[in-house]
Ligand binder design. Structure first.
Ligand code: PLP
Length: 409
Protein backbone atom coordinates (compact mmCIF):
# COMPACT_ATOMS: atom_id res chain seq x y z
CA UNK A 1 0.00 0.00 0.00
CA UNK A 2 1.43 3.34 -1.03
CA UNK A 3 1.10 6.09 1.52
CA UNK A 4 0.41 9.65 0.47
CA UNK A 5 1.70 12.91 1.86
CA UNK A 6 -1.18 13.40 4.28
CA UNK A 7 -0.80 17.16 4.21
CA UNK A 8 -2.18 17.29 0.63
CA UNK A 9 -5.78 16.30 1.43
CA UNK A 10 -5.85 19.09 4.04
CA UNK A 11 -5.53 21.69 1.27
CA UNK A 12 -8.71 23.53 0.34
CA UNK A 13 -9.63 23.27 -3.38
CA UNK A 14 -8.30 26.05 -5.58
CA UNK A 15 -11.71 27.63 -5.25
CA UNK A 16 -11.04 31.23 -6.31
CA UNK A 17 -10.20 31.00 -10.00
CA UNK A 18 -12.39 27.97 -10.67
CA UNK A 19 -15.37 29.74 -9.07
CA UNK A 20 -14.68 32.87 -11.15
CA UNK A 21 -14.49 30.75 -14.32
CA UNK A 22 -17.71 28.97 -13.37
CA UNK A 23 -19.66 32.20 -12.81
CA UNK A 24 -18.34 33.74 -16.04
CA UNK A 25 -19.25 30.59 -17.98
CA UNK A 26 -22.80 30.57 -16.62
CA UNK A 27 -23.17 34.27 -17.45
CA UNK A 28 -21.90 33.79 -21.00
CA UNK A 29 -24.23 30.84 -21.60
CA UNK A 30 -27.19 32.96 -20.52
CA UNK A 31 -25.96 36.02 -22.47
CA UNK A 32 -24.12 34.72 -25.52
CA UNK A 33 -24.04 38.21 -27.08
CA UNK A 34 -22.30 39.83 -24.08
CA UNK A 35 -18.79 41.27 -24.55
CA UNK A 36 -17.22 40.33 -21.24
CA UNK A 37 -14.04 42.24 -20.31
CA UNK A 38 -11.60 40.80 -17.80
CA UNK A 39 -9.93 43.12 -15.32
CA UNK A 40 -9.16 40.04 -13.25
CA UNK A 41 -6.36 38.73 -15.41
CA UNK A 42 -3.01 38.26 -13.68
CA UNK A 43 -1.24 37.42 -16.93
CA UNK A 44 0.47 39.73 -19.38
CA UNK A 45 -1.11 40.53 -22.76
CA UNK A 46 1.64 42.47 -24.59
CA UNK A 47 4.17 40.60 -26.78
CA UNK A 48 7.77 39.97 -25.77
CA UNK A 49 10.21 42.79 -26.50
CA UNK A 50 11.79 42.64 -30.00
CA UNK A 51 15.28 42.51 -28.41
CA UNK A 52 14.25 39.38 -26.48
CA UNK A 53 12.76 37.75 -29.57
CA UNK A 54 15.90 38.51 -31.56
CA UNK A 55 18.16 37.03 -28.88
CA UNK A 56 16.04 33.89 -28.65
CA UNK A 57 16.03 33.44 -32.47
CA UNK A 58 19.81 33.71 -32.45
CA UNK A 59 20.02 31.14 -29.67
CA UNK A 60 17.76 28.79 -31.62
CA UNK A 61 20.14 29.05 -34.57
CA UNK A 62 23.07 28.23 -32.29
CA UNK A 63 21.24 25.09 -31.25
CA UNK A 64 21.05 24.04 -34.92
CA UNK A 65 24.83 23.89 -35.29
CA UNK A 66 26.98 21.21 -33.63
CA UNK A 67 29.73 23.80 -33.00
CA UNK A 68 27.48 26.09 -30.98
CA UNK A 69 24.70 23.89 -29.65
CA UNK A 70 24.33 23.61 -25.87
CA UNK A 71 23.27 20.64 -23.82
CA UNK A 72 22.39 20.78 -20.15
CA UNK A 73 22.58 24.30 -18.81
CA UNK A 74 24.43 24.93 -15.52
CA UNK A 75 21.95 24.07 -12.72
CA UNK A 76 22.05 27.55 -11.27
CA UNK A 77 22.26 29.63 -14.45
CA UNK A 78 24.69 30.67 -17.20
CA UNK A 79 27.31 33.18 -16.06
CA UNK A 80 26.30 35.59 -18.87
CA UNK A 81 22.82 35.96 -17.35
CA UNK A 82 23.95 36.00 -13.73
CA UNK A 83 26.49 38.74 -14.53
CA UNK A 84 23.83 40.80 -16.32
CA UNK A 85 21.45 40.40 -13.34
CA UNK A 86 24.07 41.46 -10.79
CA UNK A 87 25.24 44.41 -12.90
CA UNK A 88 21.78 45.80 -13.70
CA UNK A 89 19.43 44.77 -10.91
CA UNK A 90 21.83 45.12 -7.97
CA UNK A 91 25.15 46.90 -8.65
CA UNK A 92 23.23 49.76 -10.26
CA UNK A 93 21.46 50.15 -6.86
CA UNK A 94 24.62 49.94 -4.81
CA UNK A 95 24.23 46.25 -3.87
CA UNK A 96 27.22 43.94 -4.26
CA UNK A 97 26.48 40.28 -4.95
CA UNK A 98 28.77 37.42 -5.91
CA UNK A 99 27.90 35.22 -8.88
CA UNK A 100 27.29 32.25 -6.58
CA UNK A 101 24.59 34.15 -4.69
CA UNK A 102 22.20 34.32 -7.70
CA UNK A 103 20.27 31.21 -8.78
CA UNK A 104 18.50 31.35 -12.16
CA UNK A 105 15.30 29.31 -12.37
CA UNK A 106 12.10 28.80 -14.31
CA UNK A 107 10.22 31.40 -12.27
CA UNK A 108 9.30 32.73 -8.87
CA UNK A 109 6.37 30.40 -8.28
CA UNK A 110 8.67 27.37 -8.29
CA UNK A 111 11.29 29.09 -6.16
CA UNK A 112 8.91 30.51 -3.54
CA UNK A 113 7.41 27.04 -3.30
CA UNK A 114 10.60 24.98 -3.44
CA UNK A 115 12.54 27.06 -0.91
CA UNK A 116 10.63 25.20 1.80
CA UNK A 117 12.66 22.07 0.93
CA UNK A 118 15.67 23.47 2.79
CA UNK A 119 13.72 24.71 5.82
CA UNK A 120 12.67 22.55 8.74
CA UNK A 121 9.06 21.36 9.07
CA UNK A 122 8.81 22.79 12.59
CA UNK A 123 9.40 26.39 11.59
CA UNK A 124 6.49 28.70 12.31
CA UNK A 125 5.38 30.86 9.41
CA UNK A 126 3.84 34.32 9.09
CA UNK A 127 2.17 35.70 5.96
CA UNK A 128 0.48 38.96 5.18
CA UNK A 129 -3.30 38.78 4.75
CA UNK A 130 -4.40 39.06 1.91
CA UNK A 131 -1.64 36.97 0.36
CA UNK A 132 -0.36 35.30 -2.83
CA UNK A 133 -1.74 31.79 -2.08
CA UNK A 134 1.43 29.87 -3.09
CA UNK A 135 3.18 30.74 0.19
CA UNK A 136 0.36 29.19 2.20
CA UNK A 137 -0.28 26.12 0.10
CA UNK A 138 3.38 25.14 -0.17
CA UNK A 139 3.84 25.44 3.58
CA UNK A 140 0.69 23.39 4.09
CA UNK A 141 2.12 20.69 1.78
CA UNK A 142 5.26 20.62 3.92
CA UNK A 143 3.21 20.26 7.12
CA UNK A 144 4.05 23.69 8.51
CA UNK A 145 0.53 25.17 8.27
CA UNK A 146 -1.39 22.84 10.60
CA UNK A 147 -5.11 22.30 9.91
CA UNK A 148 -7.41 24.38 7.73
CA UNK A 149 -10.47 25.45 9.71
CA UNK A 150 -12.96 28.23 8.92
CA UNK A 151 -10.71 29.61 6.22
CA UNK A 152 -7.58 29.79 8.39
CA UNK A 153 -4.52 27.57 8.90
CA UNK A 154 -4.07 26.77 12.57
CA UNK A 155 -0.26 27.17 12.64
CA UNK A 156 0.06 30.23 10.41
CA UNK A 157 0.39 33.73 11.82
CA UNK A 158 -1.63 36.12 9.66
CA UNK A 159 -0.56 39.75 9.41
CA UNK A 160 -3.64 41.73 8.35
CA UNK A 161 -3.07 44.46 5.77
CA UNK A 162 -6.06 46.78 5.53
CA UNK A 163 -6.75 50.51 5.24
CA UNK A 164 -6.69 50.61 9.08
CA UNK A 165 -2.93 50.04 9.08
CA UNK A 166 -2.29 51.57 5.64
CA UNK A 167 -1.56 48.04 4.41
CA UNK A 168 1.63 47.96 6.50
CA UNK A 169 1.92 44.63 8.31
CA UNK A 170 2.58 45.07 12.00
CA UNK A 171 5.59 43.28 13.43
CA UNK A 172 4.16 40.24 15.13
CA UNK A 173 4.61 39.33 18.77
CA UNK A 174 3.95 35.66 17.94
CA UNK A 175 6.98 33.38 17.89
CA UNK A 176 7.73 33.17 14.16
CA UNK A 177 10.72 31.71 12.28
CA UNK A 178 9.87 32.63 8.68
CA UNK A 179 7.91 35.54 7.24
CA UNK A 180 6.84 36.09 3.64
CA UNK A 181 6.80 39.69 2.42
CA UNK A 182 5.76 40.51 -1.15
CA UNK A 183 6.42 44.09 -2.26
CA UNK A 184 5.10 45.63 -4.43
CA UNK A 185 2.23 43.52 -3.23
CA UNK A 186 0.00 41.09 -5.03
CA UNK A 187 -2.96 41.48 -4.58
CA UNK A 188 -3.19 44.94 -2.94
CA UNK A 189 -0.68 46.77 -5.16
CA UNK A 190 0.69 48.53 -2.06
CA UNK A 191 4.34 48.97 -1.09
CA UNK A 192 6.62 49.40 1.90
CA UNK A 193 8.94 52.40 2.13
CA UNK A 194 12.59 51.91 3.05
CA UNK A 195 11.84 52.84 6.67
CA UNK A 196 8.94 50.39 6.90
CA UNK A 197 10.95 47.55 5.38
CA UNK A 198 13.91 48.39 7.66
CA UNK A 199 11.70 47.68 10.69
CA UNK A 200 11.15 44.15 9.38
CA UNK A 201 14.86 43.65 8.67
CA UNK A 202 15.79 44.91 12.16
CA UNK A 203 13.19 42.61 13.71
CA UNK A 204 14.51 39.65 11.70
CA UNK A 205 18.09 40.40 12.75
CA UNK A 206 17.08 40.62 16.40
CA UNK A 207 14.89 37.51 16.47
CA UNK A 208 16.81 35.39 13.91
CA UNK A 209 13.79 35.29 11.59
CA UNK A 210 14.10 34.47 7.88
CA UNK A 211 12.40 36.94 5.50
CA UNK A 212 11.27 35.48 2.18
CA UNK A 213 11.01 38.62 0.07
CA UNK A 214 9.08 38.29 -3.17
CA UNK A 215 9.96 41.18 -5.50
CA UNK A 216 8.20 39.83 -8.61
CA UNK A 217 6.69 43.29 -9.26
CA UNK A 218 9.82 45.35 -8.61
CA UNK A 219 9.90 46.67 -12.19
CA UNK A 220 6.61 48.52 -11.67
CA UNK A 221 7.95 50.77 -8.89
CA UNK A 222 7.69 54.43 -9.87
CA UNK A 223 8.23 56.27 -6.56
CA UNK A 224 11.66 57.08 -5.12
CA UNK A 225 11.37 55.93 -1.53
CA UNK A 226 10.29 52.40 -2.40
CA UNK A 227 13.10 49.82 -2.22
CA UNK A 228 13.49 47.65 -5.32
CA UNK A 229 15.45 45.05 -3.40
CA UNK A 230 15.42 44.14 0.29
CA UNK A 231 19.23 44.25 0.14
CA UNK A 232 19.00 48.04 -0.10
CA UNK A 233 18.37 47.75 3.65
CA UNK A 234 21.45 47.35 5.83
CA UNK A 235 21.80 43.90 7.33
CA UNK A 236 19.24 42.29 5.00
CA UNK A 237 21.78 39.87 3.55
CA UNK A 238 21.94 38.17 6.94
CA UNK A 239 18.18 37.56 7.10
CA UNK A 240 16.56 37.58 3.66
CA UNK A 241 16.13 35.54 0.50
CA UNK A 242 14.84 37.54 -2.48
CA UNK A 243 12.77 36.16 -5.36
CA UNK A 244 12.62 37.87 -8.74
CA UNK A 245 10.84 37.03 -11.97
CA UNK A 246 11.02 38.02 -15.63
CA UNK A 247 7.30 37.16 -15.90
CA UNK A 248 5.76 40.55 -15.29
CA UNK A 249 8.97 42.56 -15.79
CA UNK A 250 9.40 41.37 -19.37
CA UNK A 251 6.31 39.35 -20.29
CA UNK A 252 7.95 35.96 -19.63
CA UNK A 253 4.88 34.27 -18.10
CA UNK A 254 4.80 31.76 -20.96
CA UNK A 255 8.57 31.67 -21.44
CA UNK A 256 9.56 30.98 -17.81
CA UNK A 257 12.58 32.55 -16.18
CA UNK A 258 13.22 33.99 -12.75
CA UNK A 259 15.94 34.00 -10.15
CA UNK A 260 16.49 33.82 -6.43
CA UNK A 261 19.18 35.51 -4.38
CA UNK A 262 20.48 33.58 -1.40
CA UNK A 263 23.32 35.59 0.18
CA UNK A 264 26.28 33.72 1.61
CA UNK A 265 25.91 35.67 4.87
CA UNK A 266 22.53 34.05 5.46
CA UNK A 267 22.56 31.21 7.99
CA UNK A 268 20.07 28.89 9.64
CA UNK A 269 20.46 26.28 12.37
CA UNK A 270 19.73 22.66 13.17
CA UNK A 271 18.03 21.72 16.43
CA UNK A 272 21.40 21.23 18.09
CA UNK A 273 22.28 24.84 17.27
CA UNK A 274 24.81 24.08 14.50
CA UNK A 275 24.95 26.77 11.87
CA UNK A 276 24.38 26.12 8.13
CA UNK A 277 24.66 28.31 5.07
CA UNK A 278 21.30 28.51 3.29
CA UNK A 279 23.20 29.34 0.11
CA UNK A 280 24.93 25.94 0.24
CA UNK A 281 21.69 24.12 1.03
CA UNK A 282 19.84 25.82 -1.82
CA UNK A 283 22.67 25.05 -4.26
CA UNK A 284 22.51 21.43 -3.11
CA UNK A 285 18.75 21.38 -3.56
CA UNK A 286 18.81 22.96 -7.02
CA UNK A 287 21.64 20.81 -8.32
CA UNK A 288 19.76 17.69 -7.24
CA UNK A 289 16.22 18.57 -8.26
CA UNK A 290 16.61 21.15 -11.06
CA UNK A 291 18.44 20.79 -14.35
CA UNK A 292 18.69 24.42 -15.37
CA UNK A 293 16.66 26.92 -17.37
CA UNK A 294 16.85 26.47 -21.17
CA UNK A 295 19.75 28.23 -22.92
CA UNK A 296 17.38 29.91 -25.40
CA UNK A 297 15.33 31.37 -22.55
CA UNK A 298 18.37 32.58 -20.64
CA UNK A 299 19.62 34.36 -23.78
CA UNK A 300 16.20 35.99 -24.03
CA UNK A 301 16.41 37.05 -20.37
CA UNK A 302 19.91 38.44 -20.91
CA UNK A 303 18.51 40.65 -23.71
CA UNK A 304 16.15 42.24 -21.18
CA UNK A 305 19.26 44.05 -19.88
CA UNK A 306 20.51 45.28 -23.28
CA UNK A 307 20.03 48.97 -24.14
CA UNK A 308 17.17 48.24 -26.55
CA UNK A 309 15.71 45.57 -24.27
CA UNK A 310 15.57 47.99 -21.32
CA UNK A 311 13.91 50.66 -23.43
CA UNK A 312 11.34 48.27 -24.91
CA UNK A 313 10.50 46.79 -21.53
CA UNK A 314 10.03 50.21 -19.98
CA UNK A 315 7.57 51.02 -22.76
CA UNK A 316 5.50 47.92 -22.05
CA UNK A 317 5.53 48.57 -18.32
CA UNK A 318 4.51 52.15 -19.10
CA UNK A 319 1.60 50.79 -21.13
CA UNK A 320 0.37 48.67 -18.22
CA UNK A 321 0.88 51.46 -15.71
CA UNK A 322 -1.15 53.84 -17.89
CA UNK A 323 -3.93 51.22 -17.70
CA UNK A 324 -3.47 51.24 -13.92
CA UNK A 325 -3.81 55.02 -13.87
CA UNK A 326 -6.97 54.86 -16.01
CA UNK A 327 -8.54 52.33 -13.62
CA UNK A 328 -7.42 54.05 -10.44
CA UNK A 329 -8.29 57.62 -11.39
CA UNK A 330 -11.47 56.55 -13.17
CA UNK A 331 -12.77 54.67 -10.14
CA UNK A 332 -11.71 57.41 -7.73
CA UNK A 333 -13.53 60.04 -9.77
CA UNK A 334 -16.67 57.91 -9.36
CA UNK A 335 -16.22 57.87 -5.60
CA UNK A 336 -14.62 54.44 -5.19
CA UNK A 337 -11.92 53.94 -2.56
CA UNK A 338 -8.85 52.47 -4.29
CA UNK A 339 -5.35 51.43 -3.21
CA UNK A 340 -2.23 50.42 -5.15
CA UNK A 341 -1.85 50.95 -8.87
CA UNK A 342 1.05 53.44 -8.54
CA UNK A 343 4.00 51.09 -8.01
CA UNK A 344 2.22 47.90 -9.05
CA UNK A 345 -0.10 46.67 -11.80
CA UNK A 346 -2.82 45.86 -9.25
CA UNK A 347 -5.60 48.11 -7.98
CA UNK A 348 -7.30 47.07 -4.76
CA UNK A 349 -10.82 48.43 -4.75
CA UNK A 350 -13.08 48.77 -1.69
CA UNK A 351 -16.53 47.49 -2.51
CA UNK A 352 -19.25 50.16 -2.25
CA UNK A 353 -21.63 50.08 0.75
CA UNK A 354 -19.57 47.28 2.30
CA UNK A 355 -21.05 44.62 0.03
CA UNK A 356 -19.07 41.39 0.07
CA UNK A 357 -16.30 40.71 -2.45
CA UNK A 358 -18.39 38.07 -4.23
CA UNK A 359 -21.53 40.24 -4.31
CA UNK A 360 -19.57 43.05 -5.94
CA UNK A 361 -17.99 40.55 -8.34
CA UNK A 362 -21.52 39.48 -9.38
CA UNK A 363 -22.68 43.11 -9.72
CA UNK A 364 -19.78 43.97 -12.02
CA UNK A 365 -20.37 40.85 -14.10
CA UNK A 366 -24.16 41.16 -14.34
CA UNK A 367 -24.45 44.93 -14.69
CA UNK A 368 -21.31 45.76 -16.67
CA UNK A 369 -19.95 42.46 -18.05
CA UNK A 370 -16.66 43.04 -16.23
CA UNK A 371 -14.67 40.36 -14.45
CA UNK A 372 -12.55 41.19 -11.40
CA UNK A 373 -11.02 39.02 -8.66
CA UNK A 374 -12.84 38.90 -5.30
CA UNK A 375 -10.42 40.02 -2.60
CA UNK A 376 -11.64 37.46 -0.07
CA UNK A 377 -10.07 34.79 -2.30
CA UNK A 378 -6.66 36.06 -1.12
CA UNK A 379 -7.52 35.84 2.58
CA UNK A 380 -10.02 37.01 5.16
CA UNK A 381 -8.66 40.56 5.26
CA UNK A 382 -9.46 40.75 1.55
CA UNK A 383 -13.19 40.58 2.27
CA UNK A 384 -14.91 43.75 1.08
CA UNK A 385 -12.35 44.34 -1.69
CA UNK A 386 -11.81 43.25 -5.27
CA UNK A 387 -8.56 43.20 -7.24
CA UNK A 388 -8.40 44.76 -10.69
CA UNK A 389 -5.35 44.43 -12.88
CA UNK A 390 -3.69 46.65 -15.44
CA UNK A 391 -2.60 43.76 -17.68
CA UNK A 392 -5.55 44.09 -20.08
CA UNK A 393 -5.58 45.78 -23.47
CA UNK A 394 -5.91 49.58 -23.41
CA UNK A 395 -9.19 49.64 -25.33
CA UNK A 396 -10.73 47.07 -22.97
CA UNK A 397 -9.57 49.01 -19.93
CA UNK A 398 -11.09 52.23 -21.24
CA UNK A 399 -14.31 50.46 -22.20
CA UNK A 400 -14.59 48.80 -18.78
CA UNK A 401 -14.31 52.15 -17.03
CA UNK A 402 -16.84 53.70 -19.43
CA UNK A 403 -19.31 50.96 -18.56
CA UNK A 404 -18.91 51.44 -14.82
CA UNK A 405 -19.22 55.23 -15.17
CA UNK A 406 -22.28 55.14 -17.40
CA UNK A 407 -24.01 52.28 -15.62
CA UNK A 408 -24.96 49.28 -17.70
CA UNK A 409 -22.77 48.21 -20.61
N1 PLP B 1 5.07 35.94 -6.93
C1 PLP B 1 3.97 36.69 -7.02
C2 PLP B 1 3.65 37.63 -5.92
C3 PLP B 1 3.12 36.57 -8.12
O1 PLP B 1 2.01 37.32 -8.19
C4 PLP B 1 3.43 35.66 -9.13
C5 PLP B 1 2.57 35.48 -10.32
O2 PLP B 1 1.47 35.93 -10.43
C6 PLP B 1 4.58 34.91 -9.00
C7 PLP B 1 5.38 35.06 -7.89
C8 PLP B 1 4.92 33.86 -10.02
O3 PLP B 1 5.86 34.31 -10.91
P1 PLP B 1 6.47 33.35 -12.02
O4 PLP B 1 5.67 33.56 -13.26
O5 PLP B 1 7.89 33.83 -12.14
O6 PLP B 1 6.40 31.95 -11.55
Amino acid sequence: MVLINEHYPKLPGSYLFSEIAKRVKVYKELHPEAQVISLGIGDVTQPLAPAVIEAMHKAVDEMADSRTMRGYAPDCGYPFLIDAIIENDFKARGIQLDTDEVFVSDGAKSDTGNIGDILGPDNTVAVTDPVYPVYLDTNAMAGRAGCFRDGLWSNITYLPCTPNNNFIPEITTQPVNMVYLCYPNNPTGTTLTREQLKKWVDYALEKKVLILFDAAYEAFISEDNIPHSIYEIEGAKQVAIEFRSFSKTAGFTGVRCGYTVVPKELNAWDKAGNEYSLNSLWRRRQSTKFNGTAYIIQRGAEAVFSQEGKKQIRETIGYYMENARIIREGLESMGFETYGGVNAPYIWVKTPQDVSSWEFFDQLLNDHQIVCTPGVGFGQSGEGFVRMTAFGKREDTIEALRRIRNGGN
